[in-house]
Design a protein around this ligand. Sequence first.
Ligand SMILES: Cc1cc2nc3c(=O)[nH]c(=O)nc-3n(C[C@H](O)[C@H](O)[C@H](O)COP(=O)(O)OP(=O)(O)OC[C@H]3O[C@@H](n4cnc5c(N)ncnc54)[C@H](O)[C@@H]3O)c2cc1C
Length: 349
Amino acid sequence: MTSWNLAGLRTGQPLSHYSTYEIGGEARFVGRPQTQDQLQELLEMAYRSGITPIFFGGGSNMLFPDRPDPDAMFLTTREMTEIKLEGDRLYVSAGMSMSMLAVIGYGLGIADFDFTFLLPGTVGGGIYMNAKYFDRHISDNLVQVHYIDVQAPGRIQTVSREACNFGYKKSVFQANRSSWLIVGAEFKLSSSAQAAVLPTLPEMVALQEGKQPPIRLTEFASHFIQWLEGKEEAGGVSSTLAPMRRIIQDRMGKMHFSYPSCGSVFKNNYSVGEPIGKLADQLHLRGVQRGNARISPVHGNVIQNVGGATAADVVDLIRHVQDAFDRHYGFVPEPEVVIIEGKTSSLHQ
Ligand SMILES: Cc1cc2nc3c(=O)[nH]c(=O)nc-3n(C[C@H](O)[C@H](O)[C@H](O)COP(=O)(O)OP(=O)(O)OC[C@H]3O[C@@H](n4cnc5c(N)ncnc54)[C@H](O)[C@@H]3O)c2cc1C
């Protein structure tokens, strides 16, 4: 086991520190590579030692277990934040915060990513779920995605946007969930930006110094709201800042950052005609609580951690909602949140 002394490997880490739910017990191994080389070393070591890698990014759509499997390595790409610009092509590593992408877009004078402002999570997790805000998706400007197949580590492979099979909260990466690890992606920008600008953007400087946006939702929101207020005070470009201001109003109005959560718990079922939140409201599910997990009083598709909730509390509420929907509407809503089984849990997603 001496060879486990690798760059980017931590032991005995509470997974609650890696999740916007602030839920999750102590993991024996957590991999936090900063470079592709470190990532490859961790994957090869896991492969050789029979340790199962469980991938994640910003932990904003994950429910980690109360008792994590000691034979698993929880591997986050969150610290892989390389960014390169060539003409109208922007390459970002999987760990780039989606909200930071909006900020960098602002610095480059393009509005391509303003919809990702205050969208928690990373580009890797965003591509996995085809993250969206209103009618815009992270896949809209995507050209191709680079990934490692952990069944054949050592080689970076590329998949085109067309082959990613993007749909509503859907991508080819979900079909290859335990084996395809996204390392980076290329986006086509609406106009060519000056590569020379990138290194001097204050946001880039902060990134290079390792100052990443916080995971805890209240701090995450303040971090970006302060940035916006600074730009507004300095007389920044109001046509780009105004949409970001509207996003703040929308998300604050829905209490997105008031309690730890994963945002929407279930995918909408468009064949039913109404979003899950509205259907839940008709069943008076808002405010229902199990342990320390509660259905948000302002949004029927959000389960909040009101303080010290366990994964079991959240799963209990998920099942409660699924049973109610099955009885009243005749279908079981599909979780959007990715539920990781613990050592003794029998839950299947
Ligand atoms: C307050 C709040 C508001 C939200 N609002 C929205 C919203 O408006 N729209 C929306 O779409 N989502 C929203 N979400 C959900 C979440 O932010 C997105 O799903 C986001 O894309 C998750 O990114 P992540 O990096 O946190 O992924 P994680 O939660 O870390 O992981 C989610 C899934 O992605 C996979 N994954 C992550 N990184 C990689 C990688 N590098 N390679 C392969 N697979 C990977 C994981 O294996 C996992 O299956 C919200 C969440 C919160 C907490």
